[in-house]
Design a protein around this ligand. Structure first.
Ligand SMILES: [Fe+2]
Ligand SMILES: [Fe+2]
Length: 287
């Protein structure tokens, strides 16, 4: 019998929230190496705020990994005053997509690549669906109420000041357009091939239930994607943004939060710098 594990020995790995404006985190990126030359890597957003930093990171990783798959985080989409690239909204996102194409990195705007895998092919779908303020804090019924609560408690995401939705009138309008276009693409896929969905935000609300500040959930996703993990043939969902790395299951589907987070956060979790890599497939228990 053929050993299919050695026939295609690579793994599908994932990371997110590298936040390389912190020198300690830049060191973590310098240490990200594949375990075999066939390993693929998903980078699920929040590399940093500067276009040059995104280019440095993805360029380095593409030299090392067989394939690199990127989904944008909110920090890449900020128009940060210290970035010489002052593009906003969709234009900024498009600049990042072109950067990926120049490097040979897969973005949400390209055909979804198929990872060969030891147990058969798995499609890897990087997504950009944003958030629309529908993960509201308890006791609030509208976006206005949710935002007012956040301002009252002092927990306001910097996106409000730096993530511009141009030419859309609002971040939630941009999110709605992204949801519609992405849903159409996923619905057109061959359902016989399982798919890993990689998005900066969790596609369901439950992971935000453990946030220290419940007001922050409104910047963490949309209820419009709540059934995607069951509607489509999903092998696993990869996300970041929460800076709470862990594995959970919803409706029997594995969700992997793969963030590195800020140095003060990973130091609190155990002191030593994290490796920054999580194996998604083959699933560890099945190896
Ligand atoms: Fe982050
Ligand atoms: Fe984020």
């Amino acid at each position: 019998m053929t050993d299919r594990t050695t026939a295609s020995g690579g793994a599908l790995l994932a990371t997110s929230d590298l936040h390389i404006s912190y020198e300690e985190n830049r060191d973590i990126v310098r240490g990200l190496r594949p375990r075999t030359p066939e390993d693929w890597l998903i980078v699920a957003g929040d590399i940093g705020e500067l276009v040059a930093d995104v280019e440095w990171t993805l360029g380095l990783l593409k030299e090392r990994f067989a394939e690199v798959v990127w989904a944008p985080g909110n920090h890449e989409l900020w128009t940060h005053p210290s970035d010489p690239v002052q593009l906003r909204g969709v234009e900024r996102y498009q600049r990042l997509v072109e950067l990926c194409r120049g490097l040979g990195v897969h973005s949400p705007e390209d055909p979804y690549p198929v990872w060969p895998g030891p147990d058969g092919p798995v499609r890897i779908a990087p997504l950009f669906v944003g958030y629309d303020y529908t993960f509201r804090p308890p006791g609030t019924a509208t976006k206005a109420q949710a935002l007012a609560r956040a301002h009252d408690t002092g927990v306001v995401c910097a996106d409000e000041y730096m993530l511009h939705p141009d030419p859309y009138p609002s971040r939630e309008a941009w999110c709605r357009a992204r949801v519609a276009a992405t849903e159409e693409r996923l619905a057109a896929l061959d359902p016989a091939v399982p798919t890993v969905l990689a998005n900066h935000y969790p596609l369901v609300r439950q992971p935000t239930d453990v946030l220290y500040y419940p007001e922050f959930a409104q910047w963490c996703g949309t209820t419009a994607t709540a059934d995607w993990h069951t509607r489509f043939n999903v092998a696993a969902v990869v996300y970041g943004h929460l800076h709470i790395p862990r594995t959970t299951h919803y409706d029997g589907v594995r969700f992997e939060e793969v963030s590195v987070g800020y140095p003060r956060e990973w130091r609190r979790r155990g002191g030593a710098a994290p490796s920054g890599l999580r194996q998604i497939l083959p699933e560890a228990a099945k190896r």
